[in-house]
Design a protein. Structure first.
Length: 551
């Protein structure tokens, strides 16, 4: 996600289940009590954190969100069957426990005694309703494919079957949810912590299908916090949810999100105490801020890249796409623009994900899949495509969402293409919601993009670009790529699965509908008084369930 965690090794579903079923209690009660008492003695009177998430959310409908801004907010107000803990290990959420059949095809979840903010119990029927709602073709969820591991889910979502009852999700009773997969999928358990699979309240949604999430009175939620005010383009205010099953772990009284996208403004607000946390501070200030103790650079399982609209000339020619990709100096961009320890991307999937052998890194096994800066080859390819030294190249533009960092990267690439290839491109910026819409409708030439892992597995990156995939947004299609992804999603053998994804990634880089630029890190402004706010390497811009503020 990220139309843009200290990383944990990918565990098999059975291993995770065995660990959690053996006991999810954590530290002994006496030790937990001592820790709580210690924290309480050092807590500030006002337990409020103000966090800038960089953009006004497009929506808070969990079936429709695709960005980290939105995921951060809904992650605070909703909770799935599972939830990642402070150490980014998968833990119990709404599910007290679960069982997985020996063949990996049947998951049985047993729910806790949990309540919605309106006092109603959270039931297995809520999950069945929600997941089938995501798959309903009328909802047009871009993330519906994350449920395709479930039996008949894809067929229902694509209209091949009309009866939702055939989808392999069934509430046996109020506390028991049974899920049938069509093939083993070790990543499925981690997906139950993902926002698309959060439950929503059927009564609230169906009473106001288009706007249920905009009003605190109708946004009925089940997470650590609840929505109390949405002041458009100014703030989204949350308060502690006293009905949450683990409310005792929540120390904050209030959590406020702001949508400011101007880096300089964000820094001023931070330094004047108007906000306590913010992502993406001005790059020229990173060294100073780090020395002052106000900056953290967290790991980030994500890739910064540009999309090409392959349905438009000249980007329907792979030689043009490769020429542009090979004519930029990524090292120079990282040294002079981003400045936060990022790595140049010569493939799509970043470092930090285990391969079939858990002791090996997927990216290291896959290696470099294209030459990141080869000017001679780039010029030759462009000439072969009919644009020697850039002559005759049509007027095109780079689209990016409002953010000074994206503007600076685009300016650097604009200059490199001009100097290295003789190509002039324009720059166009749009507000977040408009930018997302432009990408979805292929109303662009080249578009800045980023993708943050939804779970720790290469598939969170690789299934994006299947034909007509909800987050493809390039117009690109390749049957061999689709087949490789299908193989990876239908085999129970880890080696075969990883080999299929490596094959798919090579096809993706050979045809270059996207141009990887670098693998992210995540610089954060953080007031030293903010404690236990988790800065995750995937999934969101912050986890605040355990956060508190020191005196």
């Amino acid at each position: 996600m990220f139309r843009t965690k200290k990383l944990v090794a990918l565990l098999t579903a059975l291993a995770i289940a065995a660990t959690l079923l053996a006991g999810c209690g954590g530290a002994p009660k006496s030790e937990a009590g001592k820790e709580t008492a210690k924290i309480q003695s050092g807590m500030a009177k006002e337990q409020v954190i103000r966090h800038n998430v960089g953009a006004e959310p497009e929506t808070l409908d969990t079936a429709k969100i695709t960005g980290l801004t939105e995921a951060t907010i809904v992650g605070a107000i909703f909770e799935g069957l599972t939830r990642y803990d402070k150490d980014e290990k998968l833990a119990s959420g709404m599910a007290e426990k679960w069982e997985i059949s020996p063949d990996g095809l049947k998951y049985t979840f047993y729910l806790k005694d949990a309540k919605w903010t309106n006092g109603d119990p959270v039931t297995a029927q809520d999950f069945e309703y929600t997941w089938k709602r995501v798959l309903d073709p009328k909802i047009a969820s871009e993330y519906a494919y994350q449920l395709y591991y479930i039996k008949n889910a894809e067929a229902y979502n694509t209209g091949k079957i009309k009866d939702a009852a055939q989808v392999g999700v069934k509430a046996v009773d109020a506390k028991t949810l049974v899920v049938e997969l069509h093939s083993p999928a070790p990543q499925f358990l981690g997906l139950t912590a993902f926002h698309t699979l959060y439950p929503v309240n059927k009564k609230a949604v169906e009473a106001n299908p288009e706007k249920w999430f905009q009003d605190p009175k109708t946004l009925i939620s089940n997470g650590p916090f609840k929505l109390v005010n949405w002041n458009n383009r100014q703030s989204i205010e949350l308060e502690k949810n006293p009905a949450y099953w683990d409310a005792g772990a929540v120390k904050l009284q209030k959590l406020v999100f702001t949508p400011i996208d101007a880096e300089d403004t964000v820094l001023t607000m931070f330094e004047t105490g108007q906000i306590d946390m913010a992502m993406n501070p001005p790059r020229q200030e990173l060294e100073r801020l780090q020395k002052e103790g106000n900056l953290q650079i967290a790991p980030n399982l994500a890739t910064y890249f540009y999309r090409f609209n392959v349905t438009k000339k000249p980007f329907n020619d792979v030689r043009v796409r490769k020429a542009l990709a090979m004519a930029i100096d990524r090292e120079a961009i990282l040294k002079n623009v981003t400045k936060a320890g990022e790595k140049p991307a010569t493939a799509f999937v970043p470092f930090g994900i285990p391969d079939a052998d858990p002791g090996k890194d997927y990216r290291e096994v896959g290696g470099t899949l294209f030459t990141q800066f080869d000017l001679a080859q780039a010029k030759q390819l462009l000439a072969e495509a009919g644009y020697p030294d850039g002559k005759g190249f049509p007027a095109v533009a780079i689209l990016y969402n409002n953010d000074q960092k994206h503007a600076k990267v685009a300016q650097a690439i604009q200059e490199m293409w001009k100097q290295n290839l003789g190509i002039n491109v324009k720059l166009t910026n749009q507000e977040w919601q408009v930018y997302l819409d432009s990408e979805d409708k292929l109303a662009y030439d080249i578009a800045r993009a980023g993708w943050n892992a939804d779970y720790v597995d290469p598939m969170t990156f690789m299934d994006m670009f299947v034909t007509k995939g909800g987050n493809n947004d390039t117009g690109w299609s390749n049957p061999q790529y689709d087949q490789a992804i299908k193989t990876a999603n239908t085999t129970g053998e880890a080696k075969v699965r990883m080999e299929a994804m490596h094959k798919a990634e090579k096809i993706l880089m050979d045809e270059m509908p996207i141009m990887p630029i670098y693998f992210y890190t995540q610089p954060y402004l953080v007031n030293p008084k903010v404690k236990d706010a988790v800065l995750p390497s995937f999934g969101s811009y912050g986890e605040f369930k355990w956060a508190w503020v020191a005196e």
